[in-house]
Design a protein around this ligand. Structure first.
Ligand code: GDP
Ligand code: MG
Length: 353
């Protein structure tokens, strides 16, 4: 029997290398206008990644009129994440929605093409910039019925091209029972129309993946509430929606955002791609709103213990954990090994690349 040779040190090497290189991650949001896509992007990264609101002014989120991408570098505990968020104009808003998915699928395929063209160069870059969409969050309107034919057609096309995570948008408009029944009906629709959303069963690699991903599949589509305004609830600050009846809690703003040193830092960068428009710039790491800025009504910075993420109100934390904390690398791997690979094979078979 051989003795110890210290092979596990390779893990440290990988970690150091990954920290040096940083990560790239690209998210797209798709759905009808007014469902809270832009708001959710801000909630997800606990910062104004999508719009710039001058301190003290709580302005309504501007309507997204064209497909826009913005790239930010987020740094947390020495780990750099180059994040590109692509916001899309409301799809299916027209009277004639024939082929309304074309601009969105066109954008996704354009990023694969861009990567392919770099990859097949004889002298190619050591690191090919990755603008491919790793995850597309699909917003289902909270009708309480089932998926609309338009959703089904779009999802069928989208799932063949990219990782899709569907969510029930504006879930505060449904009761808990309605939400659960709606979720089950959507799951049934997905099954009967063979729509494989992320995490796809066929890519579970082992029993551990299967156990974890089955739990996730059971909860998908997550019921989310978009909120990028902070409020005080029992002495704790939460991102929530203030209504006449109370505050619907989206999630707690934890210490990272308010911490400054060592906390979450966001810098705006122009998007990598030439055809992308960067109309918005991120504001570095602080979100302001009327409540917080009003004298005598300062919302104190939250500490980690204050992290009350109210799952009774909204399943936003499940979505955030899936996208950022537990499956980020897997989303990238499936994008590269499955979706991009399919695209690459088709294009190379056309033989006139
Ligand atoms: P988008 O068109 O899908 O990007 O939607 P926006 O993010 O621009 O949001 C449209 C409006 O809906 C804004 O006034 C938001 O404050 C509001 N909104 C966003 N998310 C929610 C939600 O979960 N529930 C409710 N009730 N309103 C929301
Ligand atoms: Mg929008």
């Amino acid at each position: 029997m051989l003795g110890y040779v210290g092979i596990e040190a390779v893990l440290d090497q990988l970690k150091i290398k990954a920290m040096k290189m940083g990560f790239e991650f690209n998210i797209m949001v798709v759905g009808q206008s007014g469902l809270g896509k832009s708001t959710m992007l801000n909630t997800l990264f606990k910062s104004k990644v999508w719009k710039c609101t001058p301190p003290g002014l709580a302005m309504p989120t501007p309507q997204t009129l064209q497909l826009n991408s913005v790239t930010h570098v987020i740094e947390e505990k020495g780990v750099k994440l180059k994040l590109t968020v692509t916001d899309t104009p409301g799809f299916g808003d027209q009277i004639n929605n024939d082929k309304c998915w074309n601009p969105i699928l066109g954008y996704i395929n354009e990023q694969y093409e861009r990567y392919l063209q770099e990859e097949i160069l004889i002298t190619r870059q050591r690191h090919i910039p990755d603008t491919r969409v790793h995850c597309c969050v699909y917003f289902v309107p909270p009708t309480g019925h089932c998926l609309r034919p338009l959703d089904i057609e779009f999802l069928q096309r989208l799932c063949r091209t990219v990782n899709v995570v569907p969510v029930i948008a504006r879930a505060d408009s449904l009761t808990l029972e309605e939400r659960e029944a709606f979720r089950r009906r959507i799951q049934h629709n997905l099954r009967t129309h063979c729509i494989e959303v992320y995490p796809q069963k066929c890519f579970d690699e082992d029993i551990n993946d299967r156990i974890l991903n089955s739990k996730i599949r059971d909860r998908i589509p997550f019921a989310v509430v978009g909120a990028d305004q902070q409020h005080l609830v029992n002495g704790r600050c939460v991102l929530g929606r203030k209504t006449k009846w109370g505050i619907v809690e989206g999630q707690c703003r934890d210490s990272a955002e308010n911490a400054g040193e060592g906390g979450l830092k966001i810098q705006a960068h122009p998007a990598a791609s030439g055809t992308l428009n960067t109309h918005h710039r991120a504001q570095s790491g602080q979100a302001h709103n009327q409540e917080a800025d009003r004298p005598g009504n300062q919302v104190p910075p939250c500490s980690e213990e204050d992290s009350v993420e109210n799952m009774a109100h909204c399943e936003f934390p499940l979505l955030r954990d899936l996208l950022i904390r537990s499956h980020l690398q897997d989303l990238k791997d499936i994008t590269h090994n499955v979706h991009y690979e399919n695209y690459r094979v088709c294009r190379l078979n056309e033989s006139h690349v």
